[in-house]
Write a protein that binds this ligand. Sequence first.
Ligand SMILES: Nc1ncnc2c1ncn2[C@@H]1O[C@H](COP(=O)(O)OP(=O)(O)OP(=O)(O)O)[C@@H](O)[C@H]1O
Length: 447
Amino acid sequence: MTNYQTLWEQIRDEFKNHVSPTTYATWIKPVIPVALNKNQLILELPSPLHRDYWKAKLSPRLVEYAYKITQTDITPKFVLKEELQQKQQMEQSIQSANQSVPTFKKRTHLNPNYTFQKFVVGKGNQMAHAAALVVSDDPGKMYDPLLIYGGVGLGKTHLMQAIGNRIMQKDPKKRVKYVTSEAFTNDFVKSVQQHKSEKFRKEYRDVDVLLVDDIEFFADKGGTQEEFFHTFNDLYDDGKQIVLTSDRLPNEIPKLQDRLVSRFAWGLSVDITRPDLATRIAILKSKAKFAHIRIPNNCLEYIAQSINSNVRELEGALSRVKAYARFRQASITLSLTKNALHGLDIQKANSKAISIPAIQKMVASYFNVSVRDIKGKKRVKTIVIPRQIAMYLSREITKTSLPKIGKAFGGKDHTTVIHAYDKIKKNLKTNPDIQNYVEDLKGELQR
Ligand SMILES: Nc1ncnc2c1ncn2[C@@H]1O[C@H](COP(=O)(O)OP(=O)(O)OP(=O)(O)O)[C@@H](O)[C@H]1O
């Protein structure tokens, strides 16, 4: 299958996940990809009505999804069937299409964009990053296997492939193989069906570095686990490097054989957690830089504050803003950013109901004091500041009336709440410590 078809299928799947079934059936399903020519994705539409609708409503999203998939600016060009027939030259563009999407290195299946240079290090991933560097410096020695685990879209694949890319960069002769556990499973099943087990084994065991993504997919797959066990042993015994990723620790993967669980623990397991605000901003800055997006810092901060779920969503928001600006032929400003992100599902997801007791509990544990202290009367600074922050957040997040907040804080007068609220609000403008506390806590509360 050619690149533009694969690309379109991925874009189409994104639409499918985000629009109503009717919109999908009416406007998206009938589209036929024709070519990809110098980053222009040419799509055939059945009628002028479709073209108008796509131009007015769906194009920005297409640009956003295409960027998410390829990390490249792809613009759509819509053609109607009859126009196409008149243009025989289109044949040529179809041929050149295959060269213009960033291709994955064929032999290794590594994405060349997933490098250490493009990986932003922050609180949630510094351990994993450090371990990955060690492994790429000296594969098969210190941490074998290296297991990187954590939630979706947090950079596990990026880091794993950065190891592969760096090893290849240092020594192009090294045989690095990246595979998802799903692809490993499919290859294995096929090899059994087609009696090609030898070929399969050679492919997976004749390598210096094996990178296996998303091993949670091995759950419940006894036959594949058996095969992987032998692959693992062969490589390990030969001092080859194995890197694995998973969304959880191996002992939490259902029906993963004990012998695999114990082998995966032989090396080092490091987790990646959600990035804090500062890291989210740094990631956006880096993404904007590499994608040549001119975007002011206050816009990046707004995006980073609005989206704290994972880096993939963060990237999606940035490309959405970019696409939005492009289609309005405007430069990116804060109000444009707000409009572009308005109604994004993720924001709705973030604004889940948070109660005052939940805020008190979170603030107490963040500052290592008790909820009783937060609600109490002690006047020491180590308690007063957390208490004032808890009151401020209660007002900001829950919009509860001041007397009710006072009541929830051990029956205090509403003037005490006003005082706390005003004080934190003022400090937020000048005091970086207070800014960090409040941002961190907001992020934690919205997880
Ligand atoms: N620290 C980071 N710096 C720069 N980009 C990052 C960082 N973390 C994640 N990303 C980007 O976020 C996107 C998602 O990352 P990736 O696919 O590696 O996540 P993942 O943890 O493997 O997710 P999944 O569990 O869904 O496979 C990628 O485009 C990646 O480049």
